[in-house]
Design a binder for this molecule. Structure first.
Ligand code: SF4
Ligand code: SF4
Length: 376
């Protein structure tokens, strides 16, 4: 469902009727999620390979490993065992390093009806990115492809932080290339995403000014680390996804609230997205500050994570609990196994600031939906 289109209509309905309708409809939506036999939002780490060495990367151990990635044939079997998937994030590592990326997209498009893909990239390989996008729209013309280019600061900072000289200029080149391609493919969307840490806090203001000149939406997320962004969880099930540089941490609360105020001044192509973005940020700061959950997390039902070597987790912040290779590539069987149920039990009460899981859960939360309908 395209929420951006119904948002202006919903806002016109009188508040008591609107609140009642939101609760009524959402109860049914949630019941559908609880009945899912496989996740309808999949984060797929298509590769562990990456050409960058970012200080805040939580996937650094795997990037340096010699992982046996699943072949296209193996991926086809996994996809065939899954139900409908509403949206899929193709991540890694640097996902565009997989030559068969579009074949993977086509597989999930055909078997699981995926029409919405998200592709996070460090933007350093403009030509390869362009080729994948052109190829994807040639083969799958009716998809929505959301490409997010990471830029964490101005040139000097970004090149050093990402461990690749010249990566800032390449990322900017990729943003410009995407602006051109968007004229040709209406299903292509792009934006710059900045991960906020204690290291780049001072970069944010000049970066916002700069990104405005690129005519692209600018989004933000707080740095992730299993040991500083997850609460109320058994440490035994926590993943080891923490930044390699131990000095990379969250900014102070005062700095986070200041960034929250800046977000309010930004304009986005989609006004609903702006409200979600602001609320996500607010919830995250409140969670960190008061150690209280903002919403009920739906990871393990709505969301799932598949790693390059076939391991599966309910979210990135918890350890993988099984491998599709040990289940004869039957994802459905794995997702409904005793191991999966045990992981759901272990994570019944945890809460965290992982922005993907947070946003996915927010749009199924009565209180959040009512706030959004009342303008955030
Ligand atoms: S954060 Fe992304 S671009 Fe940077 S090293 Fe990790 S996977 Fe690569
Ligand atoms: S709150 Fe959700 S996303 Fe975060 S660690 Fe727990 S189960 Fe995973």
């Amino acid at each position: 469902m395209d929420y951006s289109k119904i948002y202006p209509i919903v806002k016109k309905v009188p508040k008591p009727v609107r609140d009642f309708a939101i609760r009524f409809i959402n109860k049914r939506r949630l019941a559908r999620v609880m009945k899912l036999k496989t996740p309808s939002k999949l984060v797929y780490f298509v590769t562990h390979r990456c050409n960058a060495r970012c200080a805040h990367c939580f996937y650094w151990r795997d990037i340096r490993s010699h992982m046996n990635e699943m072949s296209l044939e193996e991926i086809k079997k996994v996809s065939a065992s899954m139900g409908p998937i509403e949206s899929m994030s193709l991540t890694g590592g640097e996902a565009i390093l997989r030559d068969d990326l579009v074949e993977i997209m086509k597989t999930f498009y055909k078997n699981n009806g995926v029409k919405k893909f998200t592709l996070p990239t460090n933007g350093s390989m403009t030509e390869i990115l362009k080729n994948h996008i052109e190829n994807a729209f040639k083969r799958l013309p009716d998809i929505d492809l959301h490409v997010q280019i990471s830029i964490d600061g101005m040139r000097k900072f970004h090149d050093k932080f990402r461990g690749v000289p010249g990566i800032f200029d390449k990322a900017v080149e990729s943003v410009k290339m995407l602006n051109e391609l968007k004229k040709k493919y209406p299903g292509l969307h792009s934006y710059v995403i900045t991960t906020i840490t204690n290291k780049n806090y001072r970069e944010v203001k000049p970066l916002i000014k700069f990104v405005k000149t690129l005519h692209v939406d600018h989004k933000f997320q707080l740095v992730r680390g299993a040991h500083f962004s997850v609460f109320n969880i058994n440490p035994k099930v926590l993943s080891d996804f923490d930044p390699e540089d131990k000095e990379v941490l969250l900014p102070t609360f005062d700095q986070m609230w200041e960034i929250y105020k800046i977000l309010d001044t930004l304009e986005y192509e989609d006004p609903l997205y702006k409200e979600i973005q602001k609320l996500k940020f607010k919830y995250s700061i409140e969670m960190l500050q008061h150690k209280r959950p903002a919403v009920k997390c739906l990871a393990g039902k709505l969301d799932g994570v598949l790693y390059p070597d076939g391991k599966v987790a309910i979210c990135e912040m918890t350890k993988p609990f099984a491998n599709v290779r040990d289940f004869n590539y039957n994802f459905k069987k794995l997702w409904n196994s005793a191991e999966a149920n045990e992981m759901r039990k272990q994570t019944r009460a945890c809460f965290c600031t992982h922005s993907c899981n947070l946003v996915d859960s927010m749009v199924y939360d009565d209180k959040t939906l009512i706030r959004l309908a009342n303008n955030g």
